[in-house]
Design a protein around this ligand. Sequence first.
Ligand code: HPA
Length: 273
Amino acid sequence: MLQKIKETAEFIKAKVNDIPKTAIILGTGLGELVNHIEITDTINYQDIPNFPVSTVEGHSGKLIFGKLGNKRVMAMQGRFHFYEGYNMQQVTFPVRVMKALGITTLFVSNAAGGMNPKFKIGDIMIITDHINLFPEHPLRGKNYNELGPRFPEMSEAYSHRLIKDALKVAEEKGIKVQQGVYVGTQGPTFETPAEYTYFHRIGGDAVGMSTVPEVIVARHSGIEVFAISVITDLGLEGVELEKVSHEEVQLAAAKAQPYMTAIMEGLINEFKA
Ligand code: HPA
């Protein structure tokens, strides 16, 4: 694994000069942020040694390098989900490569179902913490001390200072944001009514199928993390559950996208690297 990470990082370093310290995983609701990046380099995942191979024909992602506001950034357009069949080492491999490249801060977005009765569809939720319910842990197996500790602590998985900065940016821009706990599950089914209720009762405010593995590996590596969800559907206790589809999730995310983009762009521009 160490050799693979090194090989991939070397490949990228040979292609890109001035490797950034900031990375972004452009999840749902944030795809448009790429249009705000002054792009200098693009590398297709399929050309990157050891990168997971996309399961969807013609749907391979890209690594994008460039300037967003006053920061050099590396953005992942397209991420790997556990439900697609990748194992956790594959899902989180790009984060290992980020660390090897010298990335110190990671920004992530996703779509999530809201369980908090104060939430509305289209709300933006700053993730303050998570509950990991994935059936496999990305750090299971041999630990490489060069990458991080055997038993990493998780008291501040989501950087408190970045949350503070984001709240300030949102307020300045007049964008309402929620804060809450993200429950990470494997999917690909959306939740049953009983599952939404269960996830809320154990302390979750929103549920989704990504982010948690990448955040765990980022924290294992000592990378600071900020993450944000767009609430695309609701599963509220005592309220009849409406059928949700992938299309509705995409539609709700698209509506919230300008606000999510504005917060991320403002935050990345302003935070102290
Ligand atoms: N559950 C899980 N993942 C999701 C949801 C949901 O309700 N909405 C968007 N991603």
